[in-house]
Ligand binder design. Structure first.
Ligand code: BG6
Ligand code: MG
Length: 219
């Protein structure tokens, strides 16, 4: 029986990938490191420090931990500046309707994102009150693809993990959901997310009935 739906944020509720990209791109340009949209795909669902490491891999110089912290902070300040432009219009179509339908049916909802900016983002999107819990990405020791963030989200809802379903747009996130013992809905295609149990092109295609059905089918 489905009791909780756990949502990734970037790429599932809204499309902030473009803003993350802009902020990283400015930093990479300053450092003279090659970085483009194609490489940015690798950063989806990846936490801030690991993303920075992936970018610095393409530099010929080494960076100290202090330098890396400074660079990560600089990117985040720029990203937060860009977030001030975010409005409810940036919600992916159908998200608000889905969250309301789930609430009406007594199914609890949480955000399970690697982003430490998740509370700010859902506030700016005007859906903060429609989520019952936001897992704290800053308090997670093991990032996606580890199960921790999804398990923490279920715990925060007070719902057993085996009664939850997860929704993701990144392969690392799909692995994370599976390691938590939950079925994974992929926002994408079997080509982009080969391990997801079901695929939709956007959250607007989801309904409580469909999610319940998929929960039942999961071994
Ligand atoms: C994920 C994004 O949701 O959050 C990544 O897909 C991002 O691109 C990560 O790096 C961490 O976000 P933040 O806001 O904590 O830097
Ligand atoms: Mg995502």
């Amino acid at each position: 029986i489905l009791a909780g739906v756990l949502f990734d944020l970037d790429g599932v509720i809204t499309d902030t990938a473009e803003l993350h990209y802009k902020a990283w791109k400015e930093l990479a340009d300053e450092l003279g490191i090659p970085f483009d949209q194609a490489y940015n795909e690798k950063l989806k669902g990846v936490d801030r420090m690991s993303s920075l490491r992936l970018i610095l891999q393409n530099s010929d110089r080494k960076f100290t931990f202090e330098e890396m912290e400074e660079l990560a902070n600089r990117k985040n300040e720029r990203y937060r500046e860009l977030l001030t432009t975010l409005t409810p219009e940036a919600l992916l179509p159908g998200v608000r309707k889905l969250l309301k339908a789930l609430r009406r049916e007594g199914i609890r909802t949480a955000v399970a994102s690697a982003s430490r900016n998740a509370p700010t983002v859902i506030e700016k999107l005007g859906v903060a009150d429609l989520f019952d819990y936001v897992a704290d990405a800053g308090a997670v020791a093991l990032q996606k693809p580890d199960a921790e963030i999804f398990l923490k989200a279920a715990e925060g809802l007070g719902v057993h993990p085996l009664r939850c379903i997860g929704i993701e747009d990144a392969e690392a996130g799909v692995m994370s959901i599976h390691r938590a013992g939950m079925p994974a809905v992929g926002i994408g295609t079997p080509e982009t997310l080969p391990d997801a149990d079901h695929h939709v092109s956007g959250p607007g295609e989801l309904t409580p009935a469909l999610l319940r059905e998929w929960m039942k089918q999961f071994p």
